[in-house]
Design a binder for this molecule. Sequence first.
Ligand SMILES: *[C@@H]1O[C@H](CO)[C@@H](O)[C@H](O)[C@H]1NC(C)=O
Ligand SMILES: *[C@@H]1O[C@H](CO)[C@@H](O)[C@H](O)[C@H]1NC(C)=O
Length: 280
Amino acid sequence: MRQSIIVSALIASVAAQKGGGSIVSPYRKDDSGGSGPHKASYKADPALAKHTIYSPKTPPAEPMPLIVWGEGACANQGTAFVNLLTEIASHGYVIIANGPPGTPGSPMGSGSTTASMLTQSIDWVAKGGDGGKYGKIDMTRIGAAGQSCGGIEALTVTMSDPRIKATGMFNSGSFSTNPNISKVKNPIAYFLGGTGDIAYKNGLAEYKTIPATTPAILFNKDGAGHGGTYGEIQGGLFGKAGVAFFEYVFRNDTKAKSAIFDKSSPLIAGGFEIQTKGWK
Ligand SMILES: *[C@@H]1O[C@H](CO)[C@@H](O)[C@H](O)[C@H]1NC(C)=O
Ligand SMILES: *[C@@H]1O[C@H](CO)[C@@H](O)[C@H](O)[C@H]1NC(C)=O
């Protein structure tokens, strides 16, 4: 009940700003397939018809992490964040976004999605529904992420599903102190767009309530706003920050670690302010 009020409020506040390009920064068609080592693309799979699946076109031999994604506005449209998700997938990830493919970069879809659709994606892979078509998937490395309302979907499943080992909150945060926040034990990152981002206050406040023993990161780029840089080629700077978070958590990648923790980070050079806590 409370959750649905929060979600409705986010949909409403986002819908109120529709037309201002507020969910996704202006979309640029990106045929690069991502900057990672495995060019990626997305597909509609009739066996999971309410979702969109991003993966490397030629899967690597090694098992890949799985990320389930909730769209901004909880839109029932799996290609609103196509540049960002293709970018992450190109680093060797399978990503299942809520909603079937629609107009790339447009947040609009028919109807909306729920947090349980993220669980549905994980269950589908766990039962072998993917049939190995997208490459090998490592079920010990599952992330949940989403933008705005989709971030709330990701947080909701994180608090109840122990299979989820990392959480990405893109321009997102609960409207009031979440009573279940102590259930977040695994790494969580917030990606905010400065004071002009409608999620800034909530995201910042929620970051502060994350238990001290939980590894957490706050990326904030002043002036980016609620739409971040998702519509840019390869998701722009927010894309690079997303890749760094997942690559560090799931692959202990040295470059990713340095992008998060070092003063010489290219993310800081690009305009992010980065706070971290709870990391050993
Ligand atoms: C907190 O957890 C309880 C029990 O799982 C659940 O009923 C409630 O909706 C959750 N509250 C929020 C705000 O997520
Ligand atoms: C992560 O990589 C560092 C080197 O950058 C290494 O010292 C550390 O043991 C690794 N941690 C794990 C859990 O593999």
